[in-house]
Design a protein around this ligand. Structure first.
Ligand SMILES: Nc1nc2c(ncn2[C@@H]2O[C@H](COP(=O)(O)OP(=O)(O)OP(=O)(O)O)[C@@H](O)[C@H]2O)c(=O)[nH]1
Ligand SMILES: [Mg+2]
Length: 338
């Protein structure tokens, strides 16, 4: 049921496409003939360049859904050269517009070929074939009438995987029900679905957090992670790719969890199994739903905190600690880009 909902979803962050560039137009073999000009010499033009397949960043797009059904992308072929030294027309380039943060892999080897991170950034994925030279090109003093021309270069093709990694500054990491979406709804204008059951969030949500003095940063809420996610439990770890790009990871553990330290370790472990590089990122721990605890339990909770990262107690319900959290996140982001 959950799987079905994901498949129906509008949030597409993975597509496989088959692309082919245009082949170069052939060169022309032609000898000039005209009334009273019997032997006008070679005048075959060159073939046109084949079209390129180009990836282009487009800040208007947030997902790859527009490519979900456009799985074949072909650039135009170059036109063959004409007579009278006319060069053939070049084939049309095709542009594949992608959201910022899209990486492109070779589908067979999984090697990352390129990455688009800026608006209007263009990268040629497949070069079109060069046009062949017409026979006029091969004319020399000793071979004045070449009766041959060059064929155009063939097209190149390949199957590619486009993958989207959200470009957010802060990524939320936590078990289902930790209150991640609730936090996002409190600190930004985003309206993610919130409910009292596991896996309410099935696709990432982004929100812009307004900070003092009209500054802002982007926060990404992703589906909850459970123990064994890296082996495919729950929704698995495929959504973790969205936090690979985030500068700061905000771990979230509810204050009423049995052991905050243990829950944090499990999350860390799943992240490490997915990609050890994730552990190089700056981390902050938000102990959520602090409103559920009385003073005594708070003291107890404080004692069972992991030692290797800073923490903030927060409650999205009462707003307690929310400003402190934003300050801390902002400070870390500033350090990062200082
Ligand atoms: N008392 C209290 N309840 C909270 C707080 N924040 C969230 N909740 C409740 O916790 C439940 C889960 O909240 P969500 O924001 O949906 O949790 P999530 O981490 O996004 O969960 P998934 O999307 O399933 O991963 C909801 O019933 C919220 O109302 C809080 O600060 N205090
Ligand atoms: Mg959620």
């Amino acid at each position: 049921m959950i799987i079905r909902r994901i498949m129906d979803s509008n949030f597409v962050d993975y597509v496989k496409i088959f692309c082919r560039s245009g082949k170069g137009g052939a060169g022309m073999t032609h000898l000039h003939r005209e009334k009273y000009v019997e032997k006008g010499g070679p005048d075959g033009g060159n073939g046109g360049h084949g079209g390129n397949v180009i990836l282009r960043g487009n800040a208007q797009y947030w997902t790859l859904i527009h490519l979900k059904y456009a799985r074949h992308v072909f650039a135009g072929d170059g036109v063959r050269g004409g007579t009278a030294l006319c060069t053939g027309a070049g084939g049309n380039d095709v542009y594949i517009d992608v959201p910022l943060g899209t990486i492109c892999r070779d589908a067979a080897t999984e090697e990352i070929l390129m990455e688009i991170t800026a608006d209007k950034e263009e990268k040629v994925l497949l070069q079109g074939g060069r046009g062949g030279m017409g026979n006029a090109f091969f004319k020399t003093p000793t071979r004045q009438t070449p009766r041959f021309s060059q064929p155009g270069e063939p097209a190149v093709e390949g199957t590619f995987v486009l993958e989207l990694k959200l470009l957010a500054d802060v990524g939320l990491v936590g078990f289902p029900n930790a209150g991640k979406s609730t936090l996002l709804s409190v600190v930004s204008a985003a309206k993610p679905k919130i409910a009292d059951y596991a896996f309410t969030t099935l696709e990432p949500n982004l929100g812009i957090v307004q900070y003092r003095n009209f500054q802002s940063f982007v926060m990404a809420d992703i589906p909850g992670i459970i123990e064994g996610a890296s082996e495919g439990r729950g929704l698995g770890t495929r959504f973790l790719r969205h936090i690979e790009r985030n500068s700061v990871l905000l771990f979230m553990v509810p204050a009423d969890s049995e052991s905050i330290k243990k829950e944090y370790k499990i999350l860390l472990n799943e992240l490490q199994k997915y990609n050890p590089e994730l552990l190089h990122k700056q981390r902050l721990l938000a102990v959520s739903k602090i409103d559920l605890l009385d003073d005594e339990s708070r003291k107890k909770a404080k004692k069972s905190l992991p030692a290797d990262l800073p923490h903030v107690f927060i409650s999205s319900a009462t707003q307690e600690g929310i400003t402190e959290l934003k300050d801390k996140l902002w400070d870390i982001l500033q350090e990062k880009f200082a």
